[in-house]
Design a protein around this ligand. Structure first.
Ligand code: ZN
Length: 244
């Protein structure tokens, strides 16, 4: 039962987002860029909310405050991973690092990232069904701009749009692997849950603070900033509703 729910959630978050991205690629560049920023702000809010309101309190409740060391370790892990893979999301047209990263490297990093998203969705379902469902949409929201960026880079480096989308769908399916591993670990031993939660929280914090939010700081425009803050708060609010 839980497995089916997790599977559907993973397909929405990591495959549905690729398909939605392929549709959004038809939107004009300037408009698309503005939409993506707004989506980033909302996604950032849901990720922060999921980490601080959903996963961390639960992990602390089970294991005690020492779980914070694992979160710290997780953040360092994600830092190193990003260094190695150059997977970082970048929706700017001239992103130095994106241009240097080959399309292949991008796919490897993206596949690994999707796998970790699967772990996160499974962890959220182990917490509660409503949290799991909201987490699937949170993943969808942060994957959407990322997939648009990925497909863009691949087309830029010579892939046909169809091929680029197909490869990203395959990469999205890697989330199933992560979800299955997390569910297996969770059912094998109760003790695994707080560590899966702490590791997922570290990943969410890293994506929100190191990848999504810096994207919002390229321009300082008052009305845009107010909107971004509102969207961040909205993202956090959605998480609060799902965990109470
Ligand atoms: Zn993701």
């Amino acid at each position: 039962m839980m497995f089916t729910a997790v599977l559907i959630a993973v397909l929405i978050g990591n495959v549905g987002s690729v398909l939605a991205a392929s549709l959004m690629l038809r939107i004009k560049d300037e408009k698309l860029h503005r939409y993506l920023k707004n989506i980033n702000a909302f996604a950032g809010g849901t990720l922060l909310g999921a980490a601080f309101i959903g996963m961390l309190p639960k992990a602390i409740q089970i294991t005690g405050y020492t779980i914070s060391y694992y979160v710290l370790g997780g953040i360092l892990f994600f830092f190193l991973l990003e260094k190695i893979m150059l997977w970082r999301m970048c929706s700017e047209e001239h992103c130095e690092r994106r241009e240097k990263a080959s399309a292949l490297m991008l796919m490897v990093g993206d596949t690994f990232h999707n796998c970790l998203d699967g772990v996160t969705i499974a962890a959220a379902f182990m917490y509660s069904q409503s949290f799991g469902i909201v987490m699937a949409f949170s993943i969808f929201a942060h994957e959407l701009p990322q997939e648009i960026g990925d497909v863009g880079v691949m087309v830029h480096s010579g892939f046909s749009k169809r091929k680029a989308i197909m490869y990203n769908v395959y990469s999205g399916l890697a989330a199933i692997v992560g979800a299955v591993l997390a569910l297996y670990a969770g059912s094998y031993t109760q003790h695994a849950l707080p560590f899966i939660l702490a590791f997922s929280a570290a990943g969410l914090l890293y994506i929100a603070l190191a990848d999504l939010i810096p994207e919002l700081h390229h321009k300082a425009n008052l009305s845009e900033s107010v909107l971004q803050l509102a969207l961040l708060l909205l993202g956090i609010g959605v998480i609060i509703l799902s965990v109470v």
